[in-house]
Design a protein around this ligand. Sequence first.
Ligand SMILES: [Zn+2]
Length: 177
Amino acid sequence: MIMSIRPILIHPDPRLKTVADPVSDIDEAMQKLAEDMLETMYDAPGIGLAAPQIGILHRLIVMDCAKDEGAPPRPLAMFNPQIVWESDDRNIHEEGCLSIPETWAEVTRPAEVVVQWTDPAGDPHEDRLSGLWATCVQHEIDHLNGTLFIDYLKPLKRQLITRRMKKLKRERSRDTA
Ligand SMILES: [Zn+2]
């Protein structure tokens, strides 16, 4: 299977604010999409990517948070991921996003979550995630609901970041023109 790196959308973009559709049939095209997303994520490099970030409005996310914990790679592709339980314990993590380059901010989220999803082979899974994995999966599922991590920040800070991203996009389009 030949993989390809897809361009990542930069905020602001209406596709990043849209609720994505469930995937009803995990066919070859969907499996290829998951492979492409992993390739795109590793290339960026990043630890998570959601389909809307490459302009595809389906409920599919990919993640690999293993490298930050010194473990061997553990690529995960989740179709229709759903959080079915979250801990009362909170965790503050400095988050970034491939759609909001060079921007980090602290976000508070449940420290542990239980997630249900379907893998590319069509098999259902349920797992309890903690640490960076928990933060990452919540960040990526947010993307499927049109929510960005900057939506948790104070309006003024969010506006500042959005202005900077608009400028970045202008500069990038000038560079490629
Ligand atoms: Zn993101």
